[in-house]
Write a protein that binds this ligand. Structure first.
Ligand SMILES: [Zn+2]
Length: 199
């Protein structure tokens, strides 16, 4: 039976397991940069997971994943070039299918977070056809905040976004990968080549 709530656009829902840490099987609990504890209500942070698929082997791998508190994420944005950020924002304005998202989020019934990331926000590529993709969520303590996020960015869209970044911005993002992910060099190279980091 439908309750009144089911017909409202969801605002906060418990974090879906798709956004849990692959490494621990639990929700992320600390900021990747400053180690702030994240799971107290009122603590705002974002989660990003970069997935690489190897269809022939039937393998899906998490290239990297992290949670970052809002203050660290703002600091990081400030270290990126304003030109890069402006180009990214205008790309989103031009390509993001916001009307389609609105409709999806307002669909009556139980929230279906998996459907919200089933196609690329920027070019509608279905998740099962994306060789690489990134999942992005905004969170508040134990909950996911539903607005523009959560969304999925396919590898193809990430490539196009990467072309909009200045050399300086790419360097900041590369340094972030080097500093915060204890990855083997081959995987780091793959992440950089595939432009898998997007903030
Ligand atoms: Zn932090």
């Amino acid at each position: 039976m439908d309750t009144a709530d089911n017909n409202q656009m969801p605002n906060n829902i418990p974090l879906p397991p798709q956004f849990y840490s692959y490494a621990t099987g639990q929700p992320f609990d600390t900021c990747v940069i400053c180690q702030t504890y994240l799971l107290l209500p009122g603590t705002q942070y974002m989660i990003e997971k970069a997935i690489i698929r190897y269809p022939e082997a039937g393998i899906t791998d998490v290239a990297f994943e992290y949670a970052m508190c809002l203050p660290c994420s703002e600091k990081m944005r400030q270290s990126l070039s304003t030109d890069s950020l402006a180009r990214i924002e205008s790309y989103f304005r031009e390509h993001a299918n916001l009307a389609g998202r609105q409709e999806l989020l307002q669909r009556p019934g139980k929230p279906e977070p998996k459907e919200w990331v089933a196609t690329c926000l920027l070019n509608n590529t279905p998740i099962e056809e994306a060789a690489e993709y990134q999942l992005i969520a905004q969170c508040d303590g134990p909950n996911m905040v539903v607005g523009l996020a959560p969304y999925m960015i396919s590898g193809r869209a990430a490539d196009e976004l990467s072309e909009l970044l200045s050399a300086q911005t790419k360097e900041v993002l590369d340094d972030f990968i080097d500093e915060h992910f204890g990855l083997p060099p081959e995987l780091k190279a793959l992440i950089k080549e595939k432009n898998l980091l997007l903030l």
